[in-house]
Design a protein around this ligand. Structure first.
Ligand SMILES: *Cc1c(COP(=O)(O)O)cnc(C)c1O
Length: 458
């Protein structure tokens, strides 16, 4: 054994204590760490020849890279939709690396069974029935990609061709209908060989991001019976608008289409009795995407993919080799997702669900929704600020009637909070998205004070 490895092996418990103390220091200092920051120009260093051991590596990381890391795990990072990691999720993530199980199959460990249990719990959490089966993937982009890959196979089945065997070209023209899809849906269509141009944007309702269901019906009617894919959005990123899923499901009686629902973060509305109605109809979807590294507050990278059509899923992702055997009975995960070997990312989700349960996670969701409302109310009182839409869930989308880019830079420079820009109805706007388990009303007041100061001066 290389002497550095041997020395680290001998000192392993102390090294893990050092890493734990390091992590505890970082988290204790989260409140002082600038919430977002421009990437520093860290001068490159050559590939180490003689390493410096774990203690040296931790020191070097702290010197060179740590100062440029943001406080995105903290309570006032409101860019994109970015959760943090609950204590239990973080502990679960540590243990994931510690056990280093390969969750591709179930042959040598109960890791894959833990993933199945966790996917089952999540299914229940989001109000899906047992016909849905779930698998962990790296994020909502991959969950949308897997859902649409199964949709692609279904289209082939409808047209009498196997896309898995013959390729997407066998489908001819594919039509994907959506009102306000996330960019990852468009990316998925490119990755899947369906093409970005297969997406046909359907008009939305007046002053909304939710799709006009009569316009979907017209588009479907215009296809002359050709099967299509509808991507419904259950939580748009700008204004968290929800398509009327039940009405879309109702179109099934007359038209042949696969329904994929992108509920990346909107799926968490299911946890709050006041908002669960936004997801009525979700269970009837053929495939559903929910992100976990956002509102479940597990570390990156984690999302779940649900489908009612596991037979088609296996056709797409089947991975047979003499040493793997054919998928039979309960298929191994390597037959269900793009990866072969994969980490047991379910463990962090299992830990946070076990530690806090449905009620604990409901409390996070409702506190975040209340925080968004509070910020929306406070902002409405500022001259020049206008909410782009009512605060429907956990995002405040607003315009400032001033130099927006300069404002965002100045807010980021304050280190107090971090918000991201968007374009809403052709106008520049700002989003503040709440999804961190730590955020309190006091954090909202600090965010508001920083915004007010940036807009109107101290
Ligand atoms: C964040 C998000 C995605 C993409 O999620 P990643 O985890 O970043 O891949 C897809 N759809 C919606 C609605 C999202 O909010």
């Amino acid at each position: 054994m290389h002497p550095r490895l041997a020395a680290d092996l001998a000192a392993l418990p102390d090294l893990l204590d050092a890493a734990r103390a390091h992590a505890a220091r970082v988290l204790a200092g989260l409140d002082e760490r600038p919430v977002g920051r421009a990437p520093d120009g860290v001068p490159p260093e050559p590939l180490p020849v003689d390493g410096i051991g774990t203690a040296g590596a931790l020191r070097r990381f702290a010197e060179r890279w740590e100062p440029g890391f943001s406080g995105s795990a903290g309570p006032r990072y409101l860019g994109f939709v970015t959760g943090g990691a609950t204590p239990a999720a973080l502990a679960g993530d540590w243990l994931t690396g510690t056990f280093d199980q390969n969750a591709s199959g179930g042959g040598d460990s109960s890791g894959a069974a833990l993933e199945r249990e966790t996917a089952g719990w999540l299914r229940e959490l989001f109000g899906l029935s047992e016909v849905h089966s779930g698998a962990f993937v790296t994020g909502a982009t991959m969950s949308n990609t897997v859902g649409l890959a199964i949709a692609r196979e279904w289209l082939g089945e409808r047209l009498g061709v196997s896309v898995a065997d013959r390729g997407a070209g066998a489908l001819g023209e594919v039509v994907v209908l959506s009102g306000t899809p996330h960019s990852s849906t468009v990316k998925a269509l490119s990755v899947l060989g369906l093409g970005r141009e297969s997406l046909r944007l359907v008009p939305v309702l007046p002053d909304r991001e939710a799709v006009d269901v009569t316009a979907i019906e017209e588009a479907l009617a215009g296809l002359g019976g050709r099967p299509a894919v509808v991507v419904a959005n259950a939580g748009t990123v700008n204004t968290v608008d929800f398509d009327d899923l039940a009405a879309i499901v109702g179109l099934r009686a007359r038209y042949d289409f696969w329904l994929h629902v992108d509920a990346a973060f909107g799926g968490f509305a299911a946890l709050s009795p006041d908002h669960a109605g936004l997801l009525a109809g979700l269970d009837a979807a053929d495939s559903v995407c929910v992100d976990l590294h956002k509102w479940l507050n597990v570390p990156y990278d984690s999302a779940v993919q649900f489908t009612r059509h596991r037979d088609l899923q296996v056709r797409v992702f089947r991975n047979t080799a003499p040493y793997l055997g054919a998928p039979a009975g309960e298929p191994d995960f390597l037959h269900l997702t793009p990866e072969n070997s994969r980490r047991l990312r379910a463990l962090a989700a299992w830990c946070t669900l076990t530690a806090y349960g449905r009620e604990g996670h409901r409390e996070i969701v409702e506190r975040n929704v209340a925080a968004a409302r509070r910020l929306g109310d406070l902002l409405s009182s500022l001259p020049g600020v206008r909410l782009a839409s009512p605060v429907r869930l956990n995002v405040v989308c607003f315009t400032v009637g001033a130099d927006q880019a300069a404002l965002l830079r100045s807010i980021a420079a304050s280190g107090e909070t971090f918000l991201t820009p968007t374009v809403y109805r052709g106008e520049p706007a700002i989003r503040a998205a709440f999804s961190n388990w730590r955020t309190t009303p006091e954090d909202v007041d600090r965010v508001f004070a920083a915004l007010r100061e940036a807009l109107t001066g101290p």
